[in-house]
Design a protein around this ligand. Structure first.
Ligand code: GRF
Length: 190
């Protein structure tokens, strides 16, 4: 059975969707670990409710990124994690973590990349006035939202939509696309 580690820093609605898919059998994997870099994040409460083991850390307690990523690698290898799923983990992944998990780290981004990379992609799309935005799932490399694209889905931006409406619509698409894409990768043996 594929072992997944979800990395999240915030509310964890994507973590929820992945757990839900695991429970209802549409995702043939085990969420073996939840990694969180924000000690009081909401996602930690959810992980405790669901009984997912957690590793929460404060990056400020480490000398640098290399040090905390080395700790993460140690834990991920100990837990025999096969796939790292970033779901609102708001940091670039460094070489220390990338190298041992080459091709095994994926991310979800709330726009149709390469449009609107980086922070507040939903706000960027809204302010740009585009009529279609969406969701991208991609492999993670050292860049900011630059890795090879695995899956995308569009979201129409209607004239009467607010920024909040767009956020809701994007997240709704995320919650279906992420578990389904993870399952596809597992089926393909990637
Ligand atoms: C998602 O919109 C995702 O696209 C972005 O961060 C957000 C995380 O939301 N990378 P949540 O914590 O899963 O609710």
């Amino acid at each position: 059975m594929t072992k997944i580690a979800v990395f999240a820093s915030g509310t964890g609605s994507n973590y929820d969707a992945i757990i839900e898919a695991e429970k209802n059998g549409t995702l043939d994997a085990e969420v073996a670990l939840l990694v969180c870099d924000t000690p009081n994040a909401k996602v930690l409460e959810k992980a405790n409710e669901y009984g997912t083991p957690t590793f929460a850390f404060d990056p400020k307690q480490y000398r640098n990124k290399e040090m905390f990523e080395a700790k993460l690698v140690e834990i991920l290898q100990l837990e025999k994690v096969d796939l790292i799923v970033l779901a609102g983990y708001m940091r670039l992944i460094g070489e220390t973590l990338l190298r041992p998990f080459e091709g095994k780290i994926i991310n979800i981004h709330p726009s149709l990349l390469p449009a609107f990379p980086g922070l507040d992609a939903i706000g960027q799309a809204f302010d740009a006035g585009v009529k279609v935005s969406g969701v991208t799932i991609h492999y993670v490399d050292e860049g900011m939202d630059t890795g090879k694209i695995i899956a995308q889905a569009p979201v129409q931006i209607e004239d009467d939509m607010s920024r909040e409406d767009l956020q809701k619509a994007v997240q709704q698409v995320e919650h279906t696309l992420y578990p389904a894409t993870i399952q596809k990768l597992i089926t393909r043996g990637e």
